[in-house]
Design a protein around this ligand. Sequence first.
Ligand SMILES: [Zn+2]
Ligand SMILES: [Zn+2]
Length: 238
Amino acid sequence: MEVVKRGFTRACKNHSYLCYETIDEILTPLCASHKVSKPASNEAIKAFVNDINDSIRDLGQSLVFIKYPLMGKEYLVYAKTDATPDSIANTGLTAEECQYFSKLLDKIATADDCRIPWNVAYNELFLQGLAKPPKKSRMQHLLQKWSQMGYFLDKDEYIYLGPRSLVELNFYLTSSYSEHIKSCTLCKGLVLWDIRCGSCQIQFHRDCIHTYLQKRDICPSCGSLWTTPLRRSSSASS
Ligand SMILES: [Zn+2]
Ligand SMILES: [Zn+2]
């Protein structure tokens, strides 16, 4: 099993973030070739991932499941612990390109609904004043690469924070942008696009508040009667 765990961890690192279908595509041949039984349920996969985390924690890495409302999916994210925008963007990039990453993050994190129109992301005004700002085509290439890595999501004409940013930069985002970026008080994960209380406007994850409201009918934050309709969590919200 150890060799399967190592192989799976390597695949997670390459994919950055994986849905259950991808996890299955990786585990099926891996387990077959090493003649071990595959974790059969989502619960078994979570236990398998917990075991891996025990062994990679000392290497400053972790695998974290996160519900990502924009895609209506749960992803397994490969993350380095204690990451900052600098430590993320530092491989093979110029200083200006690293700054581009930080500025994008800053712009999105402080925007309404934590998203920016896609064309804003390629606007050279972003990097005005820098000695050698990257060309527009290079910006597009970088944004594409960072999106593949799960740091951003390009969807419906907007750029959003991707699942990996929410995990890997959780501490950085909540401490640097505490005005805009909040954690769900029910599960402590970042909550950016889910559901708001009609009275106090505090945001919760749809699944978290759904579970909570099965036993009570008030907002956990302000205590008013909960009035916002709960749509199914599988439908992506905007
Ligand atoms: Zn929550
Ligand atoms: Zn409330």
